[in-house]
Each structure stands twice: as structure tokens, then as C-alpha cells.
Design a protein around this ligand. Structure first.
Ligand SMILES: [Zn+2]
Length: 178
């Protein structure tokens, strides 16, 4: 069974190398038609061979360090890109902890990071998007989810003071500055 899978993998790899452009066009077309279905298809295919994909990902990260860093720098240059970075960091934390991840979380983070100025959810201080942290009302480490309803903008001071504490029970927000 293992050998069969490998033989198929190598056939697929050869086909992909020869027809890369067509494969990518077909994949994009499938995605355009039904994004949710295509994401689910890839997720299912990967979950069947998690170790294979993790090994592949590690190898890719190792061999593409410079281009990955350049991409991250590009992302960090725009509000939407910064939101994506922030979203993916939280997703990683949430997945490690087995927390719920909402498909709407990224939209909320993009909205917060794209605003010129936002008010801290805890103290009301108005800060620029660059000085605003994305905070989870119920911390991810305490069972909170990475979901739209649990995500709020926070000033740096409140975010750092709150840390992994539960607001109102273990940490009191400062008096409103609004
Ligand atoms: Zn604050």
C-alpha cells in the first residue's frame, strides 16, 4: 500500500512538473467556482498524509528562507498584509491549543488593522492601527476561540497588562479614557 502510494506520488510529481501551468490554471478555476469546496478538498487531502506534508513544508521553509522573508516584508508593508500576519499567528496558537477558529476572524482583523484609528476595547484610548494589538477577550490559552466575536482591538498597554488573564475576574481594565 505504502509502495503504491509512493509510485502514484512520483507519477503525480512527474505530471505536475511537465504540466505545471495547466495544473495551476485548473486549480485556480476550481477555486474560483467554489472556494469553500476547493479549500476543503486540499485540507482533506493533506489531513490524510499529515506527516508527508509537514516534512514537505519544513523542507520548503528551509530551502526558501530568503523568499519567504521577502514575502513577509511585503505583507508587513500594508494594513491588509499586517492583518494576515496577525491572523495567521493567532490561528497557529489556536490550533496548537485546539481552540475554535472562525472563518470570519480574518475579516474582523483586516477591518481593525485597516482603520486609520481605533479605540482600545478596554480603556477607550484611541490609537493608530500600527499601535493597536489584536486581543482575544477570552485568551486562547484559556479556552477562548479565534473567532470574530472574541476579537477586539486593544492598546499595547492593556494587551500586555491583560496577557492571559480573564478580564474583570483576574484583570481590571483601567478607567475609560474615552
Ligand atoms: Zn487600552
Amino acid at each position: 500500500m505504502q509502495i503504491e502510494t509512493r509510485a502514484i506520488d512520483s507519477l503525480k510529481a512527474t505530471y505536475y512538473q511537465r504540466h505545471r501551468a495547466e495544473v495551476l490554471v485548473a486549480r485556480k478555476a476550481r477555486y474560483a467556482q467554489n472556494p469553500a469546496l476547493e479549500i476543503e478538498r486540499v485540507r482533506r487531502s493533506r489531513s490524510k498524509r499529515t506527516e508527508y506534508y509537514l516534512a514537505w513544508q519544513r523542507e520548503y521553509n528551509r530551502t526558501h528562507r530568503d523568499s519567504l522573508r521577502a514575502t513577509e516584508k511585503c505583507h508587513a508593508a500594508t494594513p491588509a498584509g499586517r492583518a494576515k500576519i496577525s491572523h495567521h499567528r493567532s490561528l497557529r496558537k489556536a490550533r496548537i491549543r485546539g481552540a475554535t477558529c472562525g472563518s470570519d476572524a480574518q475579516r474582523v482583523i483586516v477591518a481593525i488593522k485597516s482603520a486609520a484609528r481605533v479605540a482600545c476595547f478596554w480603556c477607550g484610548t484611541v490609537v493608530g492601527a500600527n499601535d493597536c494589538h489584536i486581543d482575544h477577550i477570552a485568551p486562547l490559552s484559556r479556552g477562548g476561540g479565534h473567532t470574530a466575536g472574541n476579537i477586539v482591538p486593544s492598546c499595547v498597554a492593556c494587551n500586555l497588562a491583560k496577557g492571559a488573564k480573564l478580564a474583570y475576574a483576574e484583570w481590571q481594565p483601567p478607567a475609560s479614557n474615552a
